[in-house]
Design a protein around this ligand. Structure first.
Ligand code: HEM
Length: 389
């Protein structure tokens, strides 16, 4: 194990603790964030954040109320249960590299990661969905998780995607969308009536999907941008707090996909990434966008105006990929609420739900038997040869 790899994150909730009927609804309580942070702080010196404000109007506590368990079960209902794998973003590859800060971020945040210098990172490239062997497809949402290993055991974890906005404003919308967009066997498409009813109930998702459809993905993972989408607060040494979102922009020129065309192979996106990193490090510029009063911090379906100030705070460099295995990114929970001093969560209701559901997914997958990941870094040449000849 090298020094960029942290020990496997311990399960954040006791393994046998899946609450049966009386689990608190998502967003109505701080869930188990204090326990989560307490456990993490014990191993990683992670600063506690104030989660008391993450209240989501979840309705009265009825059998229909959304809970962490129900949300996690919904992923299994739609994608099946795949032991040892993430309930979402199941297909992926582990990565390591460094973040090199240019110092410009210190104007916005006291986080030590923004002081000039380098910070080792553990990262993971992924595709959304709960099927670990799914075939790569251009339209599938791509993910990048990054864990910054800061001095004194402090950590910053972020999980970003390539779409310009998120599909859902509230956790309940995501939960219902999973069923509403499930393809029916006869057509391979969602059931039109069900989908229309869902979009009528969640018009923000219809608007977000229109924006996403207008933004073609790039040909590859290594020339793709990735966005935080959720907003956070940065506080600097003068005590000034500003709302921010962040994006990593690839140095490789963005090349839009042409329709559904793509190279052969089930794992063409991952195979190309593995081949690229084998040639040398791949770099993304790290850009922090500063919001203005009135920019929504609690709605990831809405973009901020394009003219907002952007501060380039440094670069993320990925120089090695690893097949998912014990001790690498396989065993990291890229919980977006693990934040260093100087960065705090916004009032976005997705954040508390993400944190709770990632923890439940993590808890389940770490106690299940593991089968090898579909993306095997060492066999990429064999795979490529099999479809090229
Ligand atoms: C209520 C909202 C959301 C829910 C319930 C949800 C659920 C999940 C779950 C269950 C996992 C697997 C966690 C694990 O086992 O470690 C996951 C992974 C991931 N999610 Fe979400 N998600 C939500 C919103 C988002 C948003 C807004 C983004 C991006 C801005 C995002 C990006 C990702 C990425 C990149 C991963 C993979 C991280 C990794 O490699 O471990 N998710 N999500």
């Amino acid at each position: 194990m090298d020094d960029t790899t942290d020990p496997p994150t311990p399960p954040v909730e006791p393994p046998a603790a899946e609450p049966p009927a009386a689990e608190p609804p998502i967003g109505r309580t701080p869930l188990s964030r204090r326990r989560v942070l307490g456990g993490l702080a014990a191993i990683g010196g992670i600063s506690a954040v104030n989660v008391g404000g993450f209240l989501w109007a979840g309705g009265w506590f009825t059998p229909e109320t959304l809970t962490t368990t129900r949300f996690t079960d919904r992923f299994e209902q739609v994608f099946g249960r795949h032991d040892g794998f993430r309930r979402n973003h199941a297909k992926g590859v582990s990565a390591t590299g460094v973040f090199t800060s240019n110092g410009a971020g210190t104007v916005l945040s006291t986080a030590t990661v923004f002081r000039p210098g380098t910070t080792p990172v553990t990262a993971r490239f992924s595709l959304s969905g709960g099927v670990p062997t799914v075939a790569d497809a251009n339209a599938t949402v791509r993910g990048l998780g990054v864990l910054f290993h800061m001095p004194n055991g402090e950590q910053w974890r972020t999980a970003m995607v390539n779409t310009p906005v998120f599909t859902d404003r509230v956790p309940q919308g995501f939960y219902e969308r999973l069923l509403a967009t499930e393809p029916v066997p006869a057509t391979g498409q969602p059931e039109p009536v069900k989908l229309a009813a869902f979009l009528a109930k969640y018009p923000e998702t219809a608007r977000a999907m229109a924006l996403i459809n207008k933004t073609p993905p790039s040909t590859d993972l290594y020339n793709s941008p990735f966005h935080s989408l959720n907003a956070f607060w940065f506080t600097n040494s003068a005590g000034t707090t500003v709302p921010v979102r962040w994006t990593v922009m690839p140095d490789e020129p963005f090349q839009p996909v042409a329709g559904a065309a793509h190279p052969p192979g089930r794992d063409y996106l991952f195979d190309a990434l593995i081949a690229k990193v084998a040639q040398g490090p791949v770099r993304w510029r790290f850009l922090v966008t500063v919001g203005q009063p009135g920019d929504p911090t609690n709605d990831a379906t809405q973009p901020w105006p394009a003219d907002r100030r952007q501060v380039e705070v440094g670069a993320l460099m990925i120089d090695s990929l690893q097949t998912e295995a014990p001790g690498n990114a396989r065993d990291v929970n890229f919980d977006p609420l693990v934040l260093p001093a100087g960065i705090a969560p916004s009032d976005d209701p997705l954040l508390a739900a993400r944190s709770a559901v990632y923890a439940r997914s993590y808890e389940r997958r770490t106690r299940e038997p593991h089968t090898p990941s579909a993306v095997d870094v060492t066999t990429v040449e064999t795979r490529k040869a099999s479809y090229e000849h």
